[in-house]
Ligand binder design. Structure first.
Ligand code: SF4
Length: 221
């Protein structure tokens, strides 16, 4: 995604530049995690800019908006009627849980179950919020992560069930702090955009020496 806006202080890569305090930053990240579903970050930026300009990038103010106004503000993020329902559901849940302070008091597994119970929040969105907004040490398994590990030589990565793969990666991560996992996730996405695209640009890739796909070793290639 990267952005020219400020990043979350202490938490690399995910931008959250409109908020002025920890609660606002965490909520802005959670909003971005919902809006980034099925679109690119540039479109999310436009929707966040609209919410900021309308002075409603805040849980209570979002809930005060009617659906039409909210949908219009987030229209640039695409699928805006679906995302209006999802954003409202996440915001109601966020506020009902007591915001950042209430959420920080709960263990990670309980938070994940809570997130997955919110309308429109799947595994990837839940882990985006856990990692970047709530600073919990979890792997975010997105298309880029699956593709990279698959090509590096872990053949079952592409189709493996999300939670099994995430648990497995976490088990094999040395000192899995939230900051480290956020940095790695950011690096994986940047690497996927620069080199490991759908049609990979292996020339000059820093992982070429240890990559099964890049060396023509992948089965069926
Ligand atoms: S060598 Fe090619 S396939 Fe392997 S990680 Fe790099 S870009 Fe991706």
């Amino acid at each position: 995604m990267p952005s020219n806006r400020a990043e979350f202080p202490g938490m690399p890569w995910w931008p959250a530049g409109y908020a002025h305090d920890a609660e606002g930053r965490a909520f802005e990240i959670a909003v971005g995690a919902v809006l980034t579903q099925n679109t690119n970050w540039n479109n999310v930026e436009k929707a966040l800019a609209n919410l900021h300009a309308a002075e409603v990038l805040d849980a209570a103010r979002i809930l005060d908006l009617d659906d039409e106004n909210l949908a219009e503000l987030i229209r640039p993020s695409g699928f805006f009627r679906i995302k209006t329902r999802r954003l409202r559901a996440m915001t109601e849940a966020w506020q009902g849980a007591g915001g950042l302070d209430g959420l920080q008091a709960r263990p990670t597994d309980e938070l994940r179950d809570w997130l997955l119970g919110i309308h429109g929040v799947g595994h990837e969105t839940a882990d985006d919020i856990l990692l970047y907004a709530l600073e919990r040490p979890v792997w975010v398994i997105d298309t880029y992560t699956r593709r990279l590990f698959h090509r590096l030589g872990f053949p079952d990565t592409a189709a493996r069930k999300y939670d099994l793969l995430a648990d497995d990666l976490l088990t094999h991560t040395r000192e899995p702090t939230a900051t480290r996992l956020a940095r790695w996730h950011g690096l994986i996405v940047e690497h996927a955009k620069a080199h490991c695209r759908a049609k990979p640009a292996c020339g000059g890739c820093p992982l070429l020496e240890r990559c099964a796909y890049g060396n023509g070793l992948e089965e069926g290639r």
